[in-house]
Design a protein around this ligand. Structure first.
Ligand code: BTN
Length: 260
């Protein structure tokens, strides 16, 4: 199969997620890729917006039609392989040491500051459509801060965010080079997934949440305790809850994460 089957680059668009969803619904084959220099209505997880100044981030959505090869219970593995491919590509293109970019469950791309705090460098949004026992289609978007200078970060987010440029000692980062490196790493990871293999060890060891004290916002309630790992079968975060003991969280947002 040609990889990608279709790829278009937009100077400005509302959201690359919307573009790729429409392509898939109007018959475009997988794996379809839309890239934008700028989004006017970029979307993040949990209904948040995702705003990046023009060309200061790589904004890309990937459309999959994995059919019977990936069951709904493993749909979460699509955003996971996108996150891992972007992690690998970022470290290579920015010339960073292995492990500089890691994951914060489920798939935030983060870097650890000198004080142990995690700064977000990118995020992943997975949106799947199920049909019975199959994942009919999925659009996975990833936004990563590339050539964005710290001096230009939004004031309120500045303490909790970073960019590849800052991590690379203020070296400029080329979005096209990063896109090529990302796609080159995504293809084998997707082929493996279709063949029934998921890099469970890689996904687990990339998680910086493990071993830290976390607070997870579950919408109406929250859970606090030590994160003991992740479950590569369900994709859940495992937390030793201060109140109820070992618990497995399928969804939620880690709103605090500190070294014990
Ligand atoms: C998050 O909340 O951390 C996920 C952010 C995902 C943003 C990307 S940018 C490309 C794609 N298009 C969107 O509108 N959102 C995703």
């Amino acid at each position: 199969m040609a990889f990608p089957s279709r790829m278009e680059h937009f100077s400005a668009v509302d959201s690359t997620q919307r573009v790729v969803r429409e392509w898939l619904e109007s018959g475009t084959n997988e794996v379809a890729v839309a890239v934008a220099d700028y989004q006017t209505a970029g979307r993040g997880r949990q209904g948040r917006e995702w705003m990046t100044p023009p060309k200061k981030g790589l904004l890309v959505s990937v459309g999959f039609k994995p059919s019977e090869f990936i069951t709904p219970k493993h749909a979460w593995r699509l955003p996971a392989i996108v996150a891992l491919a972007m992690r690998d590509a970022s470290e290579e293109v920015a010339g960073l040491r292995d492990g500089t970019v890691a994951l914060k469950w489920p798939n935030d791309l983060v870097a650890e500051g000198a004080d142990g705090s995690l700064r977000k460098v990118g995020g992943v949004l997975g949106e799947s459509v199920m049909s019975g026992r199959r994942v009919k289609s999925a659009v996975v978007g990833v936004g990563i801060n590339t050539d964005w200078k710290a001096a230009d970060f939004p004031w309120a987010l500045s303490p909790s965010m970073t960019s590849l440029r800052e991590l690379a000692g203020r070296r400029p980062i080329d979005n096209d080079q990063l896109l090529d490196a990302f796609l080159a790493r995504l293809e084998p990871r997707y082929e493996a997934l279709l063949g029934g293999t998921f890099d469970a060890g890689g996904w687990s060891t990339a998680q910086r949440t493990t071993g830290r004290h976390v607070v997870v916002d579950m919408g109406v309630t929250s859970v606090a305790g030590k994160a003991t790992g992740v479950d590569p079968e369900s994709g859940a975060l495992l937390v030793n809850d201060e109140v109820t003991g070992e618990t497995s969280l399928d969804s939620g947002e880690v709103i605090r994460c500190r070294v014990l």
